[in-house]
Design a protein. Structure first.
Length: 237
């Protein structure tokens, strides 16, 4: 049994095929990259995995569970967490309260949710800002809070959607360190990222898609040297 896989995953919006027959597997404990030019269908794949969009055809399997047709909250309960490209914390709530909202995925008790949230904030190096209102955070800290909120749901598989976008080089380096720390804690990761220096340095394997279709897969070196990938990003000239 594979830890996670998609089989011939397809999503159509009317006559537009946004994801077209995409199949890939993720090994437990790895960081698996998902790359492609803007509009290639990467975030749509994430939205299919966590039930935000219904699947047109194909299957998604996680630890033997078929995810097709399950609502987002049930998929989260099964152990899949995610972040979003555009971070939208609960602005008038504190950092701790934001994370506690996610921790209620694991418990109905406030004290347990708070304890879990404090552990996550310590892990993400946000403990000193636990009483700050989320609206006052820098973009770097908002990105880190987004990851903390996802971790508080207790995922075994974490989907990271462009967590480095808009960050300074120093913040990117700190973000890479956090992602590796998450993997070392036993959480498998699928990451969508446009910053190639980041994705090539942290991923065990990568899948590249373009116009919703797979064009290459393999190690970072194999994908970086694939002619179809080079043409997708830079053009045939």
């Amino acid at each position: 049994m594979n830890f996670f896989e998609t089989q011939h995953l397809t999503k159509a919006f009317g006559g537009l095929i946004a994801v077209n027959d995409v199949s890939f597997q993720v090994v437990k404990g790895e960081i698996h990259g998902l790359i492609g030019p803007n509009g290639s269908g990467k975030t749509t794949v994430f939205n299919l995995i966590n039930g935000y969009y219904p699947i047109t055809s194909g299957k998604i399997l996680f630890e033997g569970h078929e995810l097709n047709g399950l609502p987002t909250w049930k998929i989260c309960k099964l152990g899949i967490g995610r972040t979003f490209q555009v971070v939208k914390p609960l602005r008038r709530m504190t950092v701790l309260e934001n994370v506690m909202c996610s921790a209620f995925n694991l418990t109905t008790r406030r004290d347990v949710a708070k304890e879990k949230s404090l552990e996550v904030l310590e892990f993400c190096e946000l403990s000193k800002k636990q009483d700050f209102q989320a609206k006052g955070l820098t973009i770097g800290d908002r990105k880190r809070l987004e990851i903390a909120r996802a971790l508080a749901t207790g995922p075994r598989l974490l989907l990271l959607d462009e967590t480095m976008a808009g960050l300074t080089p120093q913040e990117q380096a700190e973000g890479v360190k956090l992602i590796r720390k998450i993997r070392d804690a036993g959480i498998t990761i699928i990451i969508v990222e446009h910053i190639m220096q980041v994705i090539m340095n942290i991923c065990d394997r990568i899948l590249c898609i373009n116009y919703g279709q797979e064009i290459a897969g393999g190690t970072p070196a194999e994908v970086a040297n694939n002619q179809a990938v080079i043409e997708a990003y830079l053009g045939k000239e």
